[in-house]
Design a protein around this ligand. Structure first.
Ligand code: HEM
Length: 319
């Protein structure tokens, strides 16, 4: 019996060595940087106290990081003379919250230099932002390493476009290993923040051969969106009535035909997802549970461990 135990221990050790370091775990920084979570939380809370709209920015940053090359902070790298990085791709130009990550990194480098990865900071900041805005709290594994590749072309195929219908969304999300329930739950991230007119204006004129505007929209809401767009392409439209609060009103909006993006409203139009939207609109606790499960899974997408990556000294540059 005892020898079997030692065999298992030995295999775990071999696995760790082969991976080039410790695997992801809840307590990854327990010895090396025990105050990592309170430090990130304080920085995030201070930033959100000054600008509550940044909760949305931090959540989206984590999503756009994880769906492109995995959760490796590739989204934070700046372009260089020979390389256009992910953050300068058209789909990422409205990402926000980089300076909050920089600030947390600065404090962490003072406390425990060279230990905490930028990818872990992004994951923690998104979690803390959701909680700050009234959403669910969940524990996350740590130990992600930072990647060295960041190319704008990687964003073209990995991120969903706002013009996709439910089949298209299911396709993109299933490529990353997500179920239909998880797609709908994670789309509930749109309970926070805004979309700019350029992301939804294709719904407002010459929609198709028989409709001027997207017929899945409530007509009064179509007027609201037209009004927003009268201020130009970068005019912002909140996704729901409580733009800085994490709640289930996004799903109630979809039931009324008040989804901002085509990719939002399609979740209520499609029989494949309508019931899930109804569940989440009816019961916030069910939405929160599914959202937190989805976020824990998203935070582990194609994570680099051990020698597969590095711990950047500056989140915007490779070492
Ligand atoms: C289902 C597919 C999705 C599509 C097509 C999509 C698309 C978009 C688009 C077009 C915007 C507005 C960008 C702009 O106009 O500046 C946006 C904003 C946002 N998205 Fe998504 N998204 C999706 C899923 C997600 C997921 C899974 C999350 C997080 C879990 C998320 C979080 C956000 C947040 C928080 C904002 C607001 C950002 C801000 O106010 O700065 N999205 N999304």
């Amino acid at each position: 019996m005892k020898s079997a135990y030692y065999v298992v221990e030995f295999l775990v050790l071999v696995e760790v060595i082969l991976r080039g370091g410790e695997a992801l775990s809840m307590n990854y920084y327990g010895m090396s940087c025990p105050f990592v979570e309170p430090i990130v939380r304080i920085v995030v809370n201070q930033a959100l106290h000054k600008d509550p709209t940044l909760a949305a920015g931090l959540l989206r940053l984590h999503f756009h990081d994880c769906f492109v090359q995995g959760c490796d902070a590739s989204v934070l790298l700046d372009s260089t003379s020979g390389n256009t990085a992910e953050k300068d791709s058209p789909v990422n130009l409205s990402l926000r919250g980089y300076e909050v990550i920089d600030q947390a990194k600065k404090f962490l480098e003072m406390q425990c230099p060279g230990i905490v990865s930028c990818a872990d900071i992004v994951a923690l900041a998104a979690r803390d932002a959701v909680f700050w805005a009234g959403g669910p709290y969940y524990d996350i594994v740590k130990g992600r390493k930072d990647g060295t590749r960041s190319k704008q072309e990687d964003t073209f195929t990995s991120l969903p476009a706002p013009t996709l219908n439910t089949t298209g969304l299911i396709n993109v999300f299933s490529q990353h290993g997500f179920t239909v329930w998880e797609l709908v739950a994670l789309s509930g991230g749109h309970t926070l923040g805004v979309a700019r007119c350029s992301s939804f204006k294709s719904r407002l004129s010459s929609f198709d051969s028989t409709h001027d505007v997207d017929p899945s929209m409530d007509p009064t809401f179509a007027k609201t969106l037209l009004n927003t767009c009268s201020a130009g392409d970068s005019a912002a439209q909140p996704f729901d009535a409580t733009t800085n609060s994490f709640d289930n009103l996004y799903f109630s909006a979809l039931q009324k035909g008040d989804g901002v993006l085509f990719s939002d409203q399609t979740l209520y139009v499609s029989p494949q997802t309508q019931q899930i939207v109804n569940f989440f609109a009816m019961n916030q606790a069910i939405f929160f549970f599914n959202f937190q499960q989805g976020m824990m899974k998203m935070g582990s997408l194609d994570v680099k461990e051990g020698s597969q990556g590095e711990v950047r000294a500056n989140c915007r540059k490779i070492n």
